[in-house]
Design a protein around this ligand. Structure first.
Ligand code: FAD
Length: 651
């Protein structure tokens, strides 16, 4: 299609959050001409919202910390389902990535003796989160952007063009990864403002598109998180790993309704905040599961002593991993001991002087004052679980971030699966973005440089992608009987379905019901039509995002139905315990047929499934590789017995 502009690059990075920017910097530094493309304004990625900090075993606050302890905490947090090699690389490399940020201009909060300050967070044995107040993500993105500008200035000196080797396409959305045969050949995208289509040709594409939260009604995530990268990977023939694991952060705002779901950072608890029910009880002591009993305080006195003397006391149970705290809050509310608006109370006002609260938690202070008219230095906050993060994602090679089975496709950050197992520890995402963003950029550059015979993108694939993107402007096809549908109404129904039926607590019958509703929504989504034209048209944008959310939601529901146990971010009320037989089982979702291949009868209609009851997703099981013995040796045998499957223990 000659109307579609084309540009040629070595590496295209989709997403300009922490993972995307770190990947782009690495690819450019390794000599690859690199394009970054993002849906929102440059600098406004989701990473900006990260508050608490970056987890890295720098041992600044406790000299006993090291990468092995961080590895152990991460594996425990993920209930041993983590891709262990990723957890190892992450724990080993995170401190270097934080230091590197400082050399590029980041300024972290300091300890009294001038070292980078590190704060406590749930599931981390020692204070480990390098932070900038509660605005760490902003500093991270600001620093990476600054590094990109510095590289562009270097390029200008040499070539006279700032964008000759590193260019950002902002407010542009990718709708397809293009392939020629088996290999990636670029991306198809549209400019959100003009609606103009364009193609970036490249042998290597890095997906760094973040999460899926906008498929759920109550979420801490912003509008961009529609699971695009997850869906792009599926459509390109990759598999998604363990999509049942969705993290519900225990503390989102619950009131007023307009701000429901907005995050209340874990730093509030890390810095001493406590959770109470309507009876004023610190209820977390009643909710410590057996696997964590030895490590957590049994009384308020011991818990409070820990803040001053962590070496001789056990941690407060408010600092259990997020899945445990979210479930406990849910149970308290269900038992009738919730706050007036259906949450519980989070209190710092009786725990710290007002000026310390304002200094250490400035965003939280302003957030509650401005959005809820609550002064957190004098009153408790009302909080409850909110959909926050997806542990499932593109199945990748641990060392190279290459998507399994699709040469030229890479994934890093929240869109990639494996690193966090069944539950992510707070702070481990920002470090994940830096460690694996760098690795993805490095290997994408190397891969691109090795591709000497670059085949151009296939015209038919470009035509099919353009037709797919334009379809919401036309009347529904004749085989799709029924009235036209509104994308906003459909989105609301999808969010309600996922929230009610595949939310924090799941049941077999409800997940089955969700799959039926998703099947109906999928049929109706084929009738979505929008008015107006292609110039900045949010209804059209949402209509295109719906395809992604429906695909991803089906993956979450199918995997949630299959995994007949409770583990991390997947709680089945009808299978309430963790089952060791599932410890080494990965669930992989892929498309049932190769959609996007122009040779197929209707390549543009991914939502057209064989029948209403069967979605386009196929689910398979795989056995995880054995954990390396020297890494297993970092744990006590008694602890491993709680997690590992019988045959693994035998080995
Ligand atoms: P993002 O930062 O979301 O970037 C995604 C990028 O992809 C964006 O640029 C977006 O525009 C682009 N994109 C998406 N789809 C498309 C498309 N189709 N075409 C083109 N571009 C596209 N983690 C921690 O470790 N510590 C914390 O303290 C912390 N606090 C958090 C606080 C909040 C409120 C939230 C919501 C999350 C927090 N997290 C934290 C989690 C962490 O911020 C995210 O997991 C992380 O930022 C994800 O980074 P990313 O680079 O993968 O994606």
């Amino acid at each position: 299609m000659s109307v579609v502009d084309r540009q040629e690059w070595d590496v295209v990075v989709v997403g300009a959050g922490g993972a995307g920017l770190r990947a782009a910097i690495e690819a450019r530094e390794r000599g690859a001409r690199t394009a970054v493309i993002c849906k929102s304004l440059f600098g406004k990625a989701h990473t900006v919202m990260a508050e608490g900090g970056i987890a890295a075993a720098m041992a600044n606050a406790n000299e006993n910390d090291n990468w092995q302890v961080h590895f152990r905490d991460t594996m425990r947090g993920g209930k041993f389902l983590n891709q262990w090699r990723m957890a190892e690389l992450h724990a080993r490399e995170a401190p270097d990535r934080v230091w590197e940020l400082e050399t590029w201009g980041a300024l972290f909060d300091r300890t009294k003796d001038g070292r980078i300050s590190q704060r406590n967070f749930g599931g981390h044995e020692y204070p480990r989160l390098a932070h900038v107040g509660d605005r760490t993500g902003l500093e991270l993105i600001r620093t990476l952007q600054q590094r990109i500008v510095a590289l562009q200035q270097e390029d200008f000196k040499e070539t006279g063009d700032f964008e000759s080797r590193l260019k950002v396409f902002q407010e542009c959305t990718v709708t397809r990864v293009l392939k020629n045969g088996d290999r990636v050949s670029g991306v198809f995208a549209y400019d959100r403002e003009s609606g103009r289509f364009f193609v970036l040709q490249a042998p290597a594409v890095v997906l760094a598109t973040g999460g899926i939260g906008k498929s759920f009604k109550v979420t801490s995530n912003s509008w961009e998180y529609t699971g695009d990268g997850h869906a792009l990977a599926l459509l390109a023939g990759a598999s998604l790993l363990n999509m049942e694991f969705v993290q519900f952060h225990p503390t989102g705002m619950v009131w007023p309704p307009s701000v429901k779901g907005i995050l209340v950072t874990e730093s509030v608890r890390g810095d001493g905040g406590v959770l109470r029910n309507s009876e004023g009880k610190r209820f977390m002591f009643d909710h410590v599961p057996d696997v964590f009993k030895e490590k957590y305080a049994e009384s308020e006195e011991e818990a409070d002593r820990w803040y001053e003397d962590p070496d001789h006391n056990r941690r407060p149970p408010e600092l259990l991993p997020r899945d445990e705290v979210a479930r406990a809050i849910n149970a308290e509310v269900k038992a009738g001991r919730g706050s007036p608006h259906g949450g519980v109370f989070l209190d710092v006002s009786t725990r710290m002087p007002a000026e310390v609260i304002r200094r250490r938690l400035p965003s939280m202070y302003h957030q509650f004052k401005e959005l809820a008219d609550v002064d957190i230095t004098a009153e408790s906050m009302e909080v409850g679980p909110t959909c926050h993060y997806v542990m499932g994602g593109v199945g990748v090679d641990s060392d190279t971030a290459a998507a399994r089975g699709v040469p030229g496709l890479f994934a890093a950050g929240e869109v990639a699966g494996g690193m966090h197992g069944s539950n992510r520890l707070g702070g481990n995402s920002l470090s994940d973005l830096l460690v694996f963003g760098r690795r993805a950029g490095w290997h994408a550059a190397e891969y691109a440089q090795g591709q000497t015979d670059r085949t151009p993108v296939d015209d038919a694939a470009v035509g099919a992608a353009a037709a797919e993107a334009l379809r919401p402007f036309s009347a529904p096809a004749e085989d799709v009987a029924g009235p036209p549908e509104n994308p906003y109404a459909l989105h609301r129904e999808l969010q309600q379905t996922m929230n009610d039926l595949v939310g924090i607590i799941r049941r077999e019958t409800e997940i089955e019901q969700a799959l039926e509703r998703l099947a109906e929504l999928r049929v109706r989504a084929r009738r979505v039509t929008v008015e107006g034209h292609r110039q900045f048209n949010p209804g059209w944008h949402l209509a295109l995002d719906l395809r992604n959310m429906l695909l991803v939601s089906e993956c979450v529901a199918r995997a949630a139905l299959e995994r007949a146990e409770s583990r991390g971010g997947h709680t089945r009320e009808d299978r309430p315990t963790m089952d060791r037989r599932w410890r080494n089982v990965n669930l992989l979702c892929a498309l049932t047929r190769p959609v996007g291949n122009p040779a197929e009868p209707d390549p543009t209609d991914v939502l057209a499934a064989p029948g209403p009851a069967h979605g386009p997703i196929r689910l398979t099981r795989e056995t995880t590789p054995s954990i390396r013995p020297d890494l297993l040796a970092l744990f006590e045998k008694e602890e491993l017995v709680k997690y590992l499957a019988e045959e693994e223990l035998y080995e």
